[in-house]
Design a protein around this ligand. Structure first.
Ligand SMILES: NC(=O)CC[C@H](N)C(=O)O
Length: 228
């Protein structure tokens, strides 16, 4: 599986994700957003974190309107694994690939800290290595991370909540919610369960030296399923 990590002007986590993927033997490289054919040919796509176009208008709003997003949408429709991380998640919402929107954190502050997440569904490439209810530690770093779904009931009924922010007991409390996301939602699933959007950064949890490598099991969604 060859993964294209799409770099926009202002992306800043693109090389980190590509490196983390290569650590788990997934061939991955950054692809400039103008190189649309490379995205069209990739087996999987990551929209990485950062501040595309300086977060002007709303975070992700401008990147969502670049032509490469048509290619990303095609890969989603084809069933390829596609992951939006932080700014990438915002871009997926802004382009209506997944439902909902990201608003400013309730604290009105940029929050950069480790958070605990509970795996809410294992029926996605990105969580198939977990058991439902497992918790992982993966850092966040955002100012506009308050997830507001269009239709919360539909998300829940379709089992499309990927992660929730939880406390040390695995409970989705207000204190554990770093940004005021509705129902503590930290990640969601779209398409035919092959596309996911999440605010925490798995590439920042990809080596014991970073304090946790829990994120590698998420990125393993791009590995061949037969590798276990
Ligand atoms: N780390 C990121 O991707 C930041 C996302 C976005 N620019 C925000 O601050 O909300």
């Amino acid at each position: 599986m060859t993964v294209a990590v799409v770099s926009f002007g202002g992306s800043n986590c693109d090389r980190d994700v590509a490196k983390a993927l290569r650590r788990i033997d997934v061939p991955a490289d950054t692809v400039w957003y103008k190189d649309e054919e490379e995205v069209a040919d990739a087996d999987g796509v990551v929209l990485p974190g950062g501040f595309s176009y300086g977060d002007y208008l709303r975070a992700g709003a401008m990147a969502a309107r670049t032509p490469v997003m048509e290619r990303v949408r095609n890969r989603v429709d084809d069933g390829a694994p596609v992951l939006g991380i932080c700014n990438g998640a915002q871009i997926l919402c802004e382009s209506d690939v997944v439902q909902g929107a990201y608003a400013q954190n309730l604290s009105a502050r940029f929050r950069c800290e480790p958070v605990r997440l509970r795996v809410e569904t294992t029926d996605t490439p990105f969580t198939r290595r977990f058991d439902e209810g497992d918790t992982v530690e993966i850092p966040i770093a955002h100012a506009e991370g308050r997830y507001v779904p269009d239709d919360l009931d539909a998300l829940i009924d379709d089992d499309r909540v990927l992660f929730r922010y939880v406390d040390e007991n695995g409970e989705p409390t207000d204190e554990a919610n770093p940004n005021g996301s509705v129902d503590n939602i930290a990640g969601i699933v779209g398409g035919s369960r092959n596309v996911a959007a999440m605010m925490p950064h798995p590439e920042r949890a990809s080596h014991p030296l970073l304090g946790t490598d829990d994120g590698l099991d998420v990125l393993a969604g791009f590995s061949d399923p037969s590798d276990g």
